[in-house]
Design a protein around this ligand. Structure first.
Ligand code: PLP
Length: 412
């Protein structure tokens, strides 16, 4: 699908973003795009991201095809790249923000505050005051203490009670140990909100990021229905928002996840046109949209083993290996000194270790990974690097993750 000029215009000029037009983006198109950046704009050989605008549009269309009844609130924490946020805003996404800074960055795009949920069940007082001052009027809670803070600083805010549904135990990042009211806590929390005359508009949950067992969506939607019924029994105003959180990935599993959600909505919330269904997808939109290009800055040969140093690593974009339990892959860029045979079929390949640039041995990106012979100055390209990567990178040892530039790939 082609990116629309409207989407493109909305994002060029964002901080840290370089616009660059290419046509007919295919897999080869991406390689050619990276090569053209290296030859024209990358004298310093710094690592850089490519954001594939066509991929973002395709993902948005895929979401709408499969879950047309669920309004996406993109989870900014997953990747706060301003160009990416701008593209999603132009496509019609709303946003899940977890902090004052995330709200500020979404508002700076011209997004209206009613397209933002402050989806952090435990918020600092100053962040609540800020949300109140800019008109972000929807948030989550899972404790009495949070209700007290909201009553004090933002009493007009509508609330979603975050429930702890059974986690998908196999999710890459389960969240249930930290967030969500236990089943026996739901009634007292709703009563506490009622006593404070706060508005509980609905229920939210998150089954875990990188979920694999989609039955967890069904169980969570069932738990949400119980909370809706409890509120009605307590005589509270009718709940009308169901927030099914994140946990979605964009691969072939998405069809199964979406079917499970749709079937559960039909079973537990049939004939309820007044109920707004929303979600907070992060990984779904971000993961495959970004590709990272890194430069080989060092090499050591130890017998049959090849060791390489690249200029991004565990303290930077590849922190996803530690925090997001990610498995990452890379290919040498075609045109590198190895001849660019990413399949390693023609060139001889070696067990290779790829180190990040810092002075910590923990900073090891890949070990025992088959690569053809590379040389200093070659480029290694990492696909699917958009989710929970640069977002959590540091500036350790002076390697500045937040300074990594993003180039826009734009097909027309
Ligand atoms: N919503 C909340 C409250 C989260 O904590 C997270 C991730 O931690 C997300 C949404 C995004 O989840 P995902 O990237 O799995 O879609």
């Amino acid at each position: 699908m082609a990116s629309s000029p409207r989407t493109f215009k909305a994002i060029v000029g964002a901080p840290g973003v370089r616009g660059k037009k290419v046509s007919a983006m295919s897999k080869d198109g991406l390689t050619a795009f990276i090569q053209s950046i290296i030859s024209t704009e990358q004298e310093s050989k710094e690592p850089f991201y490519v954001l594939d605008m066509g991929a973002v549009e395709d993902l948005f269309a895929k979401w709408n095809r499969n879950l047309p009844m669920v309004q996406p609130f993109y989870a900014v924490k997953c990747n706060p790249n301003q160009a990416f946020l701008g593209a999603l805003a132009a496509l019609g996404s709303s946003f899940d923000c977890a902090s004052k800074a995330e709200i500020e960055s979404v508002l700076s795009l011209g997004v209206s505050p009613d397209r933002i949920i402050f989806a952090n069940p435990c918020k600092a007082e100053s962040h609540i005051k800020y949300a109140a001052s800019v008109g972000v009027n929807l948030t989550t809670f899972d404790s009495k203490e949070e209700l007290d803070k909201i009553k004090k600083w933002h009493p007009k805010c509508a609330l979603l009670i975050r429930v702890k549904a059974p986690d998908d135990g196999s999710a890459r990042c389960p969240l249930g140990a930290k967030f969500g009211a236990l089943p026996e806590e739901v009634t007292p929390l709703l009563q506490a909100a009622q006593a404070l005359r706060l508005t509980v508009a609905g229920v939210s949950f998150h089954i875990g990021s990188g979920a694999m067992q989609f039955i967890a969506y069904r169980q969570a939607i069932a738990a949400a229905k119980i909370a809706f019924e409890t509120a009605a029994r307590l005589g509270m105003p009718k709940m009308h928002v169901l927030n099914i959180g994140g946990g979605f990935t964009a691969g072939s599993q998405f069809d199964e996840a979406a079917s499970t959600v749709k079937a559960a909505l039909l079973d537990y919330f049939p004939n309820e046109p007044g109920v707004i269904i929303m979600a907070e997808p992060g990984r779904f939109f971000a993961e495959s949209a970004f590709t990272l290009a890194t430069n080989v800055i060092g090499k050591r040969v130890r017998g049959d083993i090849r060791e390489y140093w690249i200029n991004d690593g565990i303290y930077g974009s590849m922190n996803c290996i530690l925090f997001d339990h990610a498995t990452i892959t890379c290919v040498p860029l075609a045109g590198s000194s190895n001849g660019g045979d990413p399949t390693c079929k023609e060139a001889r390949s070696y067990d290779s270790t790829v180190f990040g640039p810092t002075c910590d041995a923990l900073d090891t990106v890949l070990k025992g990974y088959r690569l053809p012979e590379l040389n200093v100055d070659d480029w290694l390209v990492f696909p699917n690097m958009g989710a929970y990567t640069a977002a959590a990178g540091s500036n350790f040892n002076g390697f500045n993750t937040s300074g990594i530039l993003t180039y826009l790939a734009y097909s027309n």
